[in-house]
Design a protein around this ligand. Sequence first.
Ligand SMILES: [Zn+2]
Length: 104
Amino acid sequence: MSHFLPDITGNARSFSRQNFRCTKCNAKYRRIPLKGECTKCKKGNIILTIAHGSVIKYLEIAKKIVSKYGLSNYLRQRIDLIEQEVKSLFTDEKKSQKSLLEYA
Ligand SMILES: [Zn+2]
């Protein structure tokens, strides 16, 4: 278990840091560019490099392991934080997709 744990938080962490990327030129973004289009080639769509579902699934597994093995509050808090971060990331994505539709 002791090896597995840092992996969980590490992986969850990297999931939460997934970037957006341009489908045409592969430019990477930390956040969706303001207009929702690639600022480099101005043609590509911006998509997340990882599916929402797999992040959530992973976090669920991590949480189960944490509660099953009665792991430290520290780890639990870390996973909670990551979860919030992931949620806000995907909320932002939805918002900007919605605003794109509004302007279309
Ligand atoms: Zn591009």
